[in-house]
Design a protein around this ligand. Structure first.
Ligand code: 5RP
Length: 217
């Protein structure tokens, strides 16, 4: 079974958590499978709140109404992928650059269901370069501070987020204490969002595996 088939398996298993109402929808190739699956039950939901322009386009393409988070209120569920998860369901996200809106929608949702293939489960976060969204004028300053924290930041050149900002991908980190590290990077002037999701981790992780979808809570 290839990686994409495992992503699809996890995405389809997440449908069981959708109870109607408005569904928060993340971004990425795994979520694209989820959006396609959601389309098969679109008559049972009111619509979706989307975390990116790319997901909005795909949702609309399926005829699923996309609502503004400000008018949707608290969401019962948010479904999104991840670049890495540890066993406490603390995540690295932002490989697709949508981390800020993803963090907002996750925070506004009662339950966060994370979907991924089994390769995303790691013992310690940090092998995947940590995305940090920064205000453009703060790029060099924040990069210097990230070096002081032990990382090697690489500017994702040519990429602008949906919010008009830049991304630094920080290599060579071993994030032993994700909660503390998230707060530390959040506090740097010019940082919009760090791609550690530990203050608000996932509640459920569904992993696609060759032996079927595995759920960790
Ligand atoms: C986008 C994300 C994605 O959830 C993450 O990059 C995983 O992507 P994929 O499902 O394509 O492996 O955080 O900002």
């Amino acid at each position: 079974m290839n990686q994409d088939a495992m992503k699809k398996q996890a995405a389809e298993a997440a449908l069981a958590y959708v109870e109607g109402g408005v569904v928060g929808v993340g971004t990425g190739s795994t979520v694209n499978h989820f959006i396609d699956a959601l389309a098969t039950i679109k008559g049972r939901i009111e619509g979706a709140v989307s975390s990116s322009e790319a997901s909005t386009e795909r949702l609309k393409g399926h005829g699923i109404p996309v609502l503004d988070l400000n008018s949707a209120g608290e969401l019962s569920i948010y479904v999104d992928g991840a670049d890495e998860s540890n066993e406490r369901l603390q995540l690295i996200k932002g490989g697709g650059g949508a981390l800020t809106r993803e963090k907002i929608v996750a925070a506004a949702s009662r339950q966060f269901v994370c979907i991924a293939d089994e390769s995303k489960l790691v013992k310690v976060l940090g092998r995947f370069p940590l995305p940090v969204e920064v205000i453009p004028m703060a790029r060099s300053y924040v990069a210097r501070e990230l070096v002081r924290l032990g990382g090697t930041p690489i500017w994702r050149e040519g990429f602008v987020t949906d919010n008009g900002n830049l991304i630094l991908d920080v290599q060579h980190l071993e994030i032993a204490d994700p909660l503390q590290f998230e707060q530390r990077i959040n506090n740097l002037a010019g940082v919009v969002t760090v791609g550690i999701f530990a203050l608000r981790p996932a509640d459920v992780l569904i992993l696609g595996t060759p032996n079927g979808a595995k759920t960790i809570k």
